[in-house]
Ligand binder design. Structure first.
Ligand SMILES: Nc1ncnc2c1ncn2[C@@H]1O[C@H](COP(=O)(O)OP(=O)(O)OP(=O)(O)O)[C@@H](O)[C@H]1O
Length: 252
């Protein structure tokens, strides 16, 4: 891929993602309280927590899919509440449930995504060709999405997310449902994006993957951040699984 094609130039002093004192309520229930973290260019950042901990809640607010009740979230310096278009142009989001218009063919969906982000014809053709080949989706691009399996939809959404070379790629449970080849390719794609000066932020329950793939991690429980930092700092001499279980049990 083209190294110079990442959207929205970011001065190196600005984090790619900055979350400050984030808070989100659903009715009277506080789902996430006073959460702060920062993702820098080059980071692959893993966000881990038990079911209902608040991972999707934060992710949906980062990508502008739901309002924020307190605090501030900025993407490449753009406040997601005040500058939503600038913030969104710098990011891409792969949700845990890949809902795609079923009547479109895979290629129509990717063209639609490329149109939204105004990706020039030659770039979109090159990226779709390369990514579809790597994720083994080329032969299915002419079929309607309604005929796709869950994993095929995930791959399609991933290609659509990468089509404008986002600065920040946000993924919710990206490895669930992917076959081993796709999972391997996804890890390589995330490494490449980070190496080009982008950043990745994803939630996962698969601690072994987070431990191997991520240079930074955060652990959330009951809507509160328990710890965050480099994977080495958080893990210490133990495994990430041991640290996670110990922290979660201690706080329970
Ligand atoms: N739309 C909603 N309305 C009311 N409560 C919600 C809503 N969405 C989430 N919650 C609550 O907020 C809390 C955090 O949920 P969230 O989906 O963010 O957790 P999660 O860490 O992503 O969980 P999982 O690993 O199961 O996907 C939970 O207590 C959940 O019940």
């Amino acid at each position: 891929m083209n190294d110079s094609a990442l959207t929205t130039p970011t001065p190196s002093s600005l984090p790619v993602l900055s979350v400050e004192h984030f808070q989100k309520r659903y009715g009277d229930t506080v789902a996430v309280r006073d959460l702060s973290l920062s993702v820098e260019a080059g980071d692959i950042y893993g966000f881990i927590g038990h079911n209902g901990a608040g991972k999707t809640t934060l992710i949906r607010s980062i990508v502008g899919a739901q309002a924020i009740d307190g605090g501030r979230i900025r993407i490449c310096g753009h406040d997601v509440a005040r500058k939503p278009l600038q913030a969104k142009s710098a990011l891409a989001y792969v949700p845990d449930n890949p809902d795609v218009y079923e009547f479109m063919t895979g290629m129509q969906y990717l063209t639609f995504m490329a149109d939204i982000f105004r990706v020039p014809d030659d770039e979109r053709t090159r990226r779709i060709g390369e990514l579809a080949e790597r994720l083994e989706l080329t032969d299915a691009l002419g079929d309607t999405v309604g005929t796709y399996s869950h994993g095929m939809r995930q791959k399609l959404v991933l290609i659509g997310a990468l089509i404008h070379e986002p600065r920040l790629l946000v993924l919710d449970e990206p490895f669930v449902g992917l076959d081993p080849v796709a999972s391997h390719e996804l890890k390589a794609i995330l490494h490449e994006l980070a190496a080009r000066g982008g950043a990745v932020f994803f939630s996962s329950h698969v601690l072994e993957v987070v431990e191997k793939l991520c240079n930074k991690v955060a652990i959330i429980r009951g809507g509160e951040l328990l710890t965050s930092g480099t994977t080495e700092q958080v893990r210490g001499d133990s495994s990430l699984e041991d640290v996670f279980l110990e922290l979660v049990e201690k706080e329970a």
